[in-house]
Design a protein around this ligand. Structure first.
Ligand SMILES: [Cu+2]
Length: 139
């Protein structure tokens, strides 16, 4: 006895539904989604200049509150990102913003979200003596 396997053909039918909907509302929702996605990562800072210099590039970034800054290992690592407890807005815990673990691999990244307006200064521990420091301005 041989069993025969039936060949089934699956048909995918796309149904186009035409419905009256609020175009303005749809557009606003799309714009908001975009803003949120964009806001999740408002600025990127290179760890180490392209030429190998011990610097955050750019050294100062300005973002809106609720946005994040991402630091990406670029050159001359290891680096880290340590916020200065004496140079963050009052009541802010600098340790919670910091990424003290050294970034060793190319392209390694860390990010911090900022919810309180103000000026935040930070530095790279291994290269603090070489002047590797940066600033985040939150509007
Ligand atoms: Cu460094």
């Amino acid at each position: 006895m041989t069993a025969r396997k039936a060949v089934s053909k699956t048909t995918t039918r796309q149904t186009v539904t035409r419905a009256a909907f609020d175009v303005k509302k749809a557009a606003a929702t799309t714009a908001l989604s975009f803003a949120v996605a964009f806001g999740a990562n408002a600025a990127t800072v290179k760890l180490g200049a392209d030429g190998g210099g011990l610097a955050f590039v750019p050294s100062t970034v300005t973002i809106k509150k609720g946005e994040s800054v991402t630091w990406v290992n670029n050159a001359a690592y290891p680096h880290n990102v340590v916020f200065d407890e004496d140079a963050v807005p009052a009541g802010i815990n600098a340790d919670k913003l910091s990424h003290e673990d050294l970034l060793n691999g190319p392209g390694d990244s860390v990010s911090t979200k900022f919810d309180t307006p103000g000026t935040y200064e930070y530095y790279c521990e291994p290269h603090q003596g070489a002047g590797m420091q940066g600033k985040v301005v939150v509007e």
